[in-house]
Design a protein around this ligand. Structure first.
Ligand SMILES: Nc1ncnc2c1ncn2[C@@H]1O[C@H](COP(=O)(O)OP(=O)(O)OP(=O)(O)O)[C@@H](O)[C@H]1O
Ligand SMILES: [Mg+2]
Length: 259
């Protein structure tokens, strides 16, 4: 592959249910199926990424919680092998308590950065799924990241959400020790090309962030919603669906930018 430096990408948007986990999952599967070595990190107390990969987060003895809370913890002790090219640091419900503890005890927020940077030569990509809302877990992820992908549901408040995240990125760059954090792109999700409002939101996103909106919006596609109920991601469940095709184009865009 000729890749030597890991791209640490965080998928974030404080708005809930915009397709963060779906994007992380499908992107990771596609990149790993192409032979890239991918590490997934689930930082969401809901642990939906972990569940999507078939693990019961309530029965795990170690999760990303340990990585945030215990300085002596290493990646290799926590991560689970999913396939020869895919590994997961699972999430767990404890993360909600970790978030409070980190604030109360003024915990160093750059620990995750240090740990993920240790993976520099083991993985081609690290993809981090973050919870909705904006708390220390997402901040720790953004401090650790090279870049951030922002899924934005094509609805009336998409612009507001993206603007708020832009402010957060600016703050992380200027005052939180990650001056090189890049906006990798805004990813329009739940796009319905028939809907006038959705096309308008897409235009507004392009106007707000010229050149920083991925060309291939992820369409609203019932196959994407059905796939988790069949224990799969859409790229495996319905590879010819519009949703799967859109995620393949996204993976190509991300992969080709790195080569
Ligand atoms: N393009 C799509 N078309 C149809 N349904 C989708 C699409 N993308 C995601 N979904 C469904 O919408 C729901 C929310 O998606 P997802 O869990 O990825 O969002 P999220 O941003 O991670 O949510 P949260 O903020 O709660 O973590 C899920 O049930 C998912 O299967
Ligand atoms: Mg999610």
């Amino acid at each position: 592959m000729g890749k030597t430096v890991t791209a640490i990408m965080v998928v974030a948007n404080q708005k809930g249910g915009v397709g963060k986990t779906t994007t992380v999952l499908n992107l990771a599967l596609l990149l790993s199926q192409q032979g890239s070595r991918v590490l997934l990190v689930d930082l969401d107390p809901q642990a939906s990424l972990t569940a999507a990969l078939g693990l019961d987060s309530y029965r795990l003895d170690r999760s990303s919680f340990s990585l945030l809370m215990y300085p002596e913890m290493t990646l290799t002790r926590i991560m689970r092998t999913i396939s020869s090219t895919l590994a997961l640091v699972p999430g767990s419900v404890d993360l909600a308590a970790a978030a409070i503890k980190m604030v109360q005890e003024q915990y160093p927020l750059n620990r995750l950065r240090g740990v993920l940077r240790q993976s520099r030569f083991t993985f081609d990509y690290v993809l981090v799924d973050t919870p909705p809302g904006l708390n220390v877990l997402t901040v720790a992820a953004l401090i650790a990241a090279d870049s951030v992908i922002v899924p934005a549901q094509c609805s009336h408040d998409a612009i507001q959400g993206v603007r708020a995240l832009q402010d957060v990125i600016a703050r992380i760059r200027s005052a939180m020790g990650n001056p090189d954090l890049k906006l990798r792109g805004v990813l329009p999700t739940f796009f319905d090309p028939e809907a006038v409002y959705a096309r308008k939101v897409l235009e507004e996103l392009h106007a707000l962030l010229p050149g920083q909106v991925f060309d291939t919006p992820i369409p609203y596609d019932v196959m994407v919603a059905d796939a988790p109920h069949m224990g799969k991601a859409v790229v495996d469940y319905a590879p010819e669906s519009l949703g799967a095709k859109a995620y393949r184009r996204l993976a190509e865009a991300i992969g080709s930018a790195k080569d």
